[in-house]
Design a binder for this molecule. Sequence first.
Ligand code: ZN
Length: 466
Amino acid sequence: MKVEMMDDLDDTTICDSVNSLVEGCRLPVRMKGTDDWPLAELISIKESPGFRLYYVHYVDFNKRLDEWVTEDLLDTRKVHFPRRDCVINTGVSTPKRAPVGTGGQSVSRPSSPVTGELVNGSAVLAAALQKRINNNKKRKGLSLENEDSQDAPPPAQQPALPGPRQSGSMVAHHDDVITRMKNVDMIELGKHRIKPWYFAPYPQEMVGIPCIYICEYCLKYRKSRKCLERHMVKCNLKHPPGNEIYRKEHISFFEIDGRKNKNYAQNLCLLAKLFLDHKTLYYDTDPFLFYVMTVFDNRGFHIVGYFSKEKESTEDYNVACILTMPPYQRKGYGKLLIEFSYELSKFEGKTGSPEKPLSDLGLLSYRSYWAQTIMEILLSMKPVGDNEKPQITINEICESTSIKKEDVISTLQNLNLINYYKGQYIITLNKEILESHRKAMEVRLIRIDPKYLHWTPKDWGKRAKW
Ligand SMILES: [Zn+2]
């Protein structure tokens, strides 16, 4: 077979049959529900009786659009075959395998590395952590990426971890294929059924079933609605554990200590991983606090989103992971989470910034939050004297918003507000920017009201060990 160079897009192979397709191939694939044929990479091929399914990643799109497609959606006239001797640069290393039907095998459902444990996420988390430790850290794109919190080996009391499987073609790049593919079809959380976006290391028993049923209060997961109903009889929570530190109208925030409520924290991380690609699953939740936002109705306090925060951050991070659950997205809740995180920083008397990398959606929310917050400050300024323009320093903006200096500067630059004129930096607010700010603020109906925050920052450094 002719082997093509991946970086030479004009040099393609005519591929008459889908039978010659192998994992790592790139070809145009029709995106479901559209007439677009973007370039996609074959991540996995699955044999079913009578037909074959292909798991594809659209090269220039977010991984949450990855999907299983049938062969009629593949344009096999323009196939780029993977090079045999090197890794394709897609941000992740692509497995090299024998073609289907020539002694190689197709991946069926990705399986969790841990077996024999039903509903305890800790072993799965431990396994995920161990995998990451075993991985070459230079490889990018794996779902477990937090350099700060993941490097410690798992504590000795954790269940023994099975080694990687030593037979079959799964061995070579086991981790990549598994963690690159969505492994949960559906979750049910309270009244919502949600389709996951990314891989999450739920136990093997939980993947490959039509739906995972999750208790919306304690976040334990069950295989069937019946099992969940049995759980609900026993589960006496109607809200997240921990302290309710904020309530105004139907919005509440609960503060959960990752050490005191380890099971909850781990289940929350596992659930969040379904919707966060880059950020980590914290196996070791002890160093983190979790702030869960809920909406209240007559049935209980329903989780809307959360952010985690290191008890002590040497780099002034005030958010580690942040997520609005999909049913609540595009309703202003993401901004509310961000606003709350900065209110905590104000109470602590310091500036903060979210840990990087941010997801694509996270970055958009933050940029917009920073812009709106800084605009609010600028518009609230009063002139210092007659015919004088108001004056403010970057540090003053940081102090009143708790937004870190770099983020203030990058926001002012992105908005194109700063001009240099006669030896001075001048901020010019034109009509356009004022109008777009006014429109943006019109839709921010719910705001955090610091009067309702009942919280005192703890000095975690003074405590012996959390
Ligand atoms: Zn429960």
